[in-house]
Design a protein around this ligand. Structure first.
Ligand code: ATP
Length: 234
């Protein structure tokens, strides 16, 4: 579904990505681990067409990211620390706005369906600026799902969530993980990452240094690999 080859990105003299090769199958949930500054966000930004790479190629669903930017974008949902929500609008109003932007048929019904799915019933008419971080995060997920994308990118979705909100997020992500939906997530939380993904990748200094199957690991065994790799970073 996603094929990344020789991907590089430099910001002036900073080489954020130094040759990334990565294949992600349709329906796969891949979690990307790595220390601060490893280039994880940069990779997700390129995959979601927000920024262009310096060199290398990305093929998504058979389409070349350089040529079919617009087509690819229609099929993607992005969840990051930026919620892209309007604080003065209610939860429903926000979702209806995005539904219309994506030409979703029957925006009101779709918005109501997602409000239910992310557990915000009863708060749909409240202004988003009155929401807690966890509620905002769930609404941001609903916003990203409004056009039923087959690819979802999540950049540090657990940051700032308390245990209860993190548990709700985990359950929501498990529901989103279907055979036809491909998910890539970055997180610093090994327990959460291992709990929901099929495959795990470690990225350090703009390079992928480890790829493994979640089923082959416990939290302890993966922590060992992770800290060994991070300890050796150049
Ligand atoms: P974190 O875990 O802290 O979020 P990350 O793995 O997501 O880190 P990136 O945010 O992709 O890493 O950053 C990779 C490198 O690129 C860092 O050295 C960062 O300072 C640099 N960088 C990122 N964005 C820019 C930018 N817009 N301009 C200049 N340098 C940037």
């Amino acid at each position: 579904m996603i094929k990344v080859s020789g991907l590089r990105k430099s910001y002036g003299s900073i080489d954020a990505l130094r040759g990334i090769d990565l294949n992600v199958r349709m329906g796969e949930f891949l979690t990307l681990f790595g220390p601060n500054g490893a280039g994880k966000t940069t990779l997700l930004k390129i995959l979601s067409t927000i920024i262009a790479p310096t060199s290398g190629s990305v093929i998504i669903g058979g389409l070349d990211l350089k040529k079919a930017n617009y087509e690819i974008r229609k099929n993607i949902g992005v969840i990051s620390h930026k919620t892209f929500l309007y604080g003065d609008l209610s939860a429903m109003e926000n979702l209806i706005f995005y539904a219309k932007m994506y030409d979703v048929p029957n925006p009101k019904a779709r918005a109501a369906e997602l409000i239910r799915e992310v557990g915000l019933r009863g708060r749909e008419d409240h202004q988003v600026r009155t929401f807690s971080r966890g509620m905002e995060q769930r609404l941001s997920i609903a916003r990203a799902l409004i056009h039923d994308p087959s690819i979802i990118y999540l950049d540090e979705p657990y940051s700032g969530l308390d245990q209860h909100a993190a548990l709700m997020l985990g359950n929501l992500l498990k529901k989103l993980h279907t055979q036809t939906r491909t998910i890539i997530m970055t997180t610093h939380n090994i327990t959460h990452g291992l709990e929901i993904s099929d495959r795990i990748v470690i990225q350090i200094s703009g390079k992928i240094v480890y790829e493994g199957e979640t089923k082959d690991h416990t939290v302890k065994s993966f922590e060992k690999v992770y800290f060994e790799k991070v300890g050796k970073r150049d």
